[in-house]
Write a protein that binds this ligand. Structure first.
Ligand SMILES: CC(C)(COP(=O)(O)OP(=O)(O)OC[C@H]1O[C@@H](n2cnc3c(N)ncnc32)[C@H](O)[C@@H]1OP(=O)(O)O)[C@@H](O)C(=O)NCCC(=O)NCCS
Length: 177
């Protein structure tokens, strides 16, 4: 089904991406309470507790599905192993972010999830342009974005990281449908 709805689902070879549910909060909190994950994002807090997971899930449930789409990444029979989300900023451009739990990194899962999500964004969500940014000290994320068809714009900005409690250089990327 390709209509934009409030419970989109994306299937790839090994993964299912589906909206977060309230009962996901404990698992989300366990996986995200990892400084090496949250420090590579701009918005995730450190430490990351159950209340953070609950507020995140509540926020995603209230978001406008035309401008925001949040997914948890489930691996085969192993349950939730990561997250991926699109949000639309004031300039009206969608951007994407994601993470994979430490125990499941290095198996191509972020790449597989992002390729599936960009296919969904183009075909079902009708997006023609999606932005992304990764901290310069996070080349693994740059690889994931390149594999999903993102290109470097050449722009490097200082971006605040909530978990680092400071700004760090970040490389901007763009994807065109
Ligand atoms: C970045 C992250 C999502 C990657 O998840 P993953 O499932 O391990 O990613 P994949 O296995 O699909 O791909 C990782 C790629 O990075 C490469 N890589 C890993 N460590 C690297 C490093 N130190 N330098 C350069 N490349 C690296 C891998 O070789 C792989 O590329 P390849 O497939 O071309 O060989 C995961 O490490 C993570 O959650 N990090 C913290 C949160 C984060 O960075 N989110 C993105 C914010 S922009």
């Amino acid at each position: 089904m390709c209509a934009v709805d409030t419970t989109p689902r994306i299937e790839t070879r090994r993964l299912s991406l589906r909206p977060p549910r309230p009962e996901d909060a404990p698992r989300l909190a366990r996986l995200c309470d990892d400084l090496d994950i949250v420090r590579m994002t701009s918005t995730m807090p450190w430490p990351y507790g159950l209340d953070d997971a609950r507020s995140f899930i509540a926020m995603t449930a209230m978001a406008d599905p035309r401008s925001d789409a949040a997914f948890l990444i489930e691996l085969d029979d192993q349950g939730v192993v990561g997250g991926l989300g699109f949000s639309t900023g004031e300039a009206g451009r969608a951007s994407v972010g994601y993470w994979v739990g430490r125990a499941w990194q290095g198996r191509g899962l972020a790449s597989e999830a992002l390729v599936g999500a960009m296919d969904w964004a183009a075909r079902c969500w009708r997006k023609r342009v999606v932005a992304a940014v990764h901290f310069s000290d996070n080349p693994a994320s740059g690889r994931v974005l390149c594999r999903a068809g993102f290109l470097y714009t050449g722009q490097v900005d200082l971006l605040h990281s909530r978990a680092r409690r400071e700004a760090a250089p970040a490389r901007r990327m763009i994807w065109l449908a």
